[in-house]
Write a protein that binds this ligand. Structure first.
Ligand code: PMV
Length: 336
């Protein structure tokens, strides 16, 4: 009999306020430093996984079209882990859609692998909680582990030695979304895909940057200070630390020859500093792409948005607030 098992899940991207850049060098996709992020509403990935005995191989459709070999391979790797854990042997069709530019440094891998993990675990009938599902997502994209949860979320550095088989490294929620009133203005600088993925970028940085050891030493301090500033709901301290974390990460990457920025990135950064010089507390953070995300208090978001939209080259500004975790939208345990 031809049976299929299907589930749909959604997840939001997250932006790290204290960033991770660099992995343990013995594999297992373990971050070398801790990180702390905020999950963003306003952008969303929705993914349906259908395990179907009639399929001969796994299929990955992104926005309705077959995805390239690279992303498909990463999806198959996660599906293989789910099959190994559940005993399910059927191949799967994965249909995923983002309501924001894919692979342009807008954290689509975070929301993508979080939604995929939740949908695949559910479709396979595994009775896994968020902790184990977060670990599954982390094996594909470390930042995806954080998108399992809403609000402010931390992910420890991986262990310093090869972990035991089955050891988990999962993200943890630290403060709920409403803990700190916050607006995040995503200043979209390109709709195109980024040149160098974060895994290759991290490897190149660790190999070639003369500043990598300094980054590895500084990032845990920034992470701890960020937690303290968040605990105190001290928005200027959160913003200053976030901007420092992003600039230190990019200084390290740039020293290895990896320039994710464009002229628009620099111009938005300058606009943030000009607005701050006028007494408005706004701060910048930047992931592995050209888009600046501006952090502001909700009451300053309209003014900050007006300023950033006026920067030549900013295509649009997506306004986000702290959002919720990944969730199952619907499932069919055994569809014909
Ligand atoms: O999740 P990955 O392995 O694709 O890397 C994410 C790296 C940054 O977004 C730049 C920083 C972070 O902590 O999210």
């Amino acid at each position: 009999m031809n049976r299929s098992h299907r589930a749909t899940a959604s997840a939001h991207p997250n932006i790290a306020l204290a960033k991770y850049w660099g992995k343990r060098d013995f594999g297992h996709n373990l971050p070398a430093v801790p990180s702390l992020s905020v999950t963003l509403d306003g952008m969303c990935t929705t993914t349906t996984v259908t395990f179907d005995d009639a399929l001969e191989h796994d299929e990955f459709l992104l926005a309705g079209a077959p995805a390239a070999d690279g992303p498909t391979g990463r999806v198959v790797t996660m599906l293989d882990r789910v099959r190994a854990a559940s005993g399910l042997r059927a191949r799967a069709r994965v249909e995923s859609a983002n309501d924001f530019p894919t692979a342009a440094g807008l954290a689509s891998s975070a929301s993508g692998f979080a939604a995929l993990a939740v949908a695949a675990v559910r479709a396979a009938g595994l009775d896994w909680g968020a902790e184990r599902t977060s670990d599954l997502a982390r094996r594909s994209s470390a930042s995806a582990a954080r998108s399992l949860f809403g609000g402010f979320v931390e992910l420890d550095a991986g262990p310093e030695h090869v972990p035991d088989e089955g050891a988990l490294l999962s993200a943890r929620p630290v403060f709920p979304a409403e803990h700190l009133p916050l607006a995040v203005l995503v200043c979209v600088a390109t709709e195109g895909a980024k040149a160098i993925g974060s895994t290759d970028g991290m490897r190149a940085t660790a190999t070639r940057s003369p500043y990598h050891a300094a980054w590895l030493a500084d990032a845990p301090r920034v992470f701890r200070a960020m937690k303290t500033a968040l605990d105190a709901r001290d928005f200027p301290a959160v913003g200053e630390l976030a901007e420092h974390s992003a600039l230190a990460m990019h200084a390290n990457a740039i020293a290895a020859g990896l320039v994710y920025w464009t002229g628009v990135t620099i111009d938005v950064l300058a606009a943030v500093r000009a607005l701050r010089a006028r007494g408005v507390p706004v701060y910048a953070t930047i992931d592995a792409g050209p888009h600046v995300k501006v952090l502001s208090r909700p009451e300053d978001a309209a003014l900050a948005g007006t300023w950033m939209r006026a920067v030549p080259g900013v295509l649009r500004v997506i306004e986000c607030a702290p959002g919720g975790g990944a969730r199952v939208l619907g499932d069919v345990a055994e569809a014909p």
